[in-house]
Design a protein around this ligand. Structure first.
Ligand SMILES: Cc1cc2nc3c(=O)[nH]c(=O)nc-3n(C[C@H](O)[C@H](O)[C@H](O)COP(=O)(O)OP(=O)(O)OC[C@H]3O[C@@H](n4cnc5c(N)ncnc54)[C@H](O)[C@@H]3O)c2cc1C
Length: 411
């Protein structure tokens, strides 16, 4: 059995696996309801800017407020709207949409500061869990184990908790990936920056669109000259191409995502060459200035259940939506806040009701992401699917629905 070094014995002890957005939001919500919470995170030290730029909207503000954080407009870079650049670098479409673009790191640091050091355990990589009638025991690769009343799987889209409790349900590769970059704004020429600084900028290439916007700097700086520019470019890649991109120089394959420093030079150079072939000069300049672009395969994941005896899934572990919706963080926050309410309730129906409601909501968010990405990746022969893809590739639609400032209207 397990050699327990961290043993928890009260009725309201919760072990959370994953100390990123969903783990922190859930911990804060549970803590405010009197639960004793410990977070176990695989990474060592503080997490870095995993998600980079985060587009804000009312749901995110509400979710942060519920977690006790008042995210003010000045906590991000204001964007007045969106613009589309054609290959020659001319603006072909614009759309007004006032929105604050904040950063993943800024939200993370606010949340992290609310959890005491003694309750946040870095360098704890979950390997197994075992439930019995009274408790659940989690074991980590460093030899530690923990016993708690509930175990929350907040360990992201490739969740180990989910692999254990629901081994037959797997993420579905969407047939495309996202190249991403995050650079110091000073690496962009003043002429280009002046044109795009106040807008979310888009470019269209065969196989996928590019978008970019300014976000807070590495230490949350918002002053001109100290910010970062965040960009992403969606590229179609079939399963064979994807496995090549996820293989490093030594031939090692990284399922689900390759660490950024191991992406092969020839893979990066191919992307750079394609940017010269298809994108506006302003965008080419930004991509050329990005020393270490990284890539993320796009997956859809739908859960059929969220509660497995004493193990519960939240955040991307429960449902992974494509990033076009810009709702991953607010969904993670809502999952946590509503779960804390249900776990704290004396009604026996509270938890099953929570599961029903979150299954419905999570599926709606993933389906919305599928709609937005319907023109990307392999195309169907079905006329309805083709009509949908033709709709979402239209510049006017792309500019108005991507990471929209009012996403709830689409769910
Ligand atoms: C390109 C892109 C752009 C995005 N843009 C936006 C946006 O604008 N707005 C928005 O709201 N969302 C956006 N998202 C989505 C958002 O980043 C995620 O939905 C959100 O971070 C999910 O949080 P999470 O905590 O569930 O998962 P994650 O952030 O993936 O965290 C999971 C954590 O679990 C840890 N972990 C994993 N396995 C183990 C283990 N075995 N043991 C212990 N710990 C483990 C990991 O180290 C990690 O810290 C974007 C995502 C992508 C890919």
């Amino acid at each position: 059995m397990f050699v327990g070094e961290l043993v928890v014995k009260s009725r309201s002890e919760v072990a959370i696996v994953g100390g990123s957005m969903a783990g922190l939001f859930t911990a804060i919500a549970l803590k405010s309801r009197g639960f004793k919470v410990h977070i176990f995170e695989r990474s060592t030290g503080a997490l870095t800017n995993g998600g980079a730029g985060i587009a804000t909207h009312d749901q995110l503000y509400d979710a942060l407020r519920t977690a006790g954080i008042e995210l003010r407009d000045e906590m991000g870079v204001p964007s007045k709207g969106r613009l589309m650049l054609n290959q020659k670098g001319h603006i072909t479409h614009t759309r007004d949409m006032a929105q604050t673009m904040t950063s993943w790191g800024l939200i993370y640091r606010f949340l992290r500061a609310q959890i005491d050091e003694e309750n946040y355990h870095s360098d704890h990589n979950l390997i197994s869990i075992k439930s019995n009638s009274n408790s659940i025991v989690a074991a980590f690769s460093n030899g530690y184990s923990v016993e708690a009343d509930w175990l929350i799987g907040a360990d992201g889209s490739q969740s180990q908790v989910r692999k254990i409790v629901a081994p037959d349900v797997n993420p579905i590769y969407a047939g495309y990936l996202g190249w991403r970059g995050l650079i110091d704004e000073r690496l962009i020429s003043p002429k280009v920056l002046e044109q795009i600084a106040l807008q979310v900028s888009f470019g269209m290439a065969p196989g996928g669109h590019w978008l970019g916007y300014l976000v807070a700097g590495p230490k949350d700086e918002l002053t001109s000259g100290d910010r970062w520019y965040n960009w992403g470019w969606y590229r179609t890649a079939d399963a064979e191409e994807l496995s090549d991109y996820l293989t490093d120089e030594s031939g090692k394959y990284y399922e689900g995502g390759i660490p950024r420093h191991l992406i092969r030079k020839d893979v990066i150079n191919k992307m750079r060459k394609e940017s010269i072939d298809h994108l506006a000069p302003q965008i080419q300049e930004i991509i050329a200035a990005t020393r270490a672009p990284f890539l993320q395969p796009m997956y859809d994941f739908f859960s059929e259940r969220l509660i497995f005896d004493r193990a519960i899934l939240v955040g991307d572990a429960a449902f992974t939506a494509r990033p076009h919706v810009g709702m991953g963080v607010s969904k993670a926050a809502d999952d946590g806040a509503s779960l804390a309410q249900a776990l704290g309730s004396s009604e026996t129906s509270a938890l099953p009701e929570w599961e029903r409601e979150r299954l419905k909501y999570g599926a709606a968010v993933v389906n919305w992401g599928r709609d937005l990405g319907s023109y990307l990746g392999p195309q169907s022969e079905d006329p309805d699917a083709q009509a949908k893809a033709a709709h979402y590739i239209t510049p006017e639609v792309l500019l108005s629905v991507t990471a929209a400032s009012d996403p709830s209207q689409y769910l």
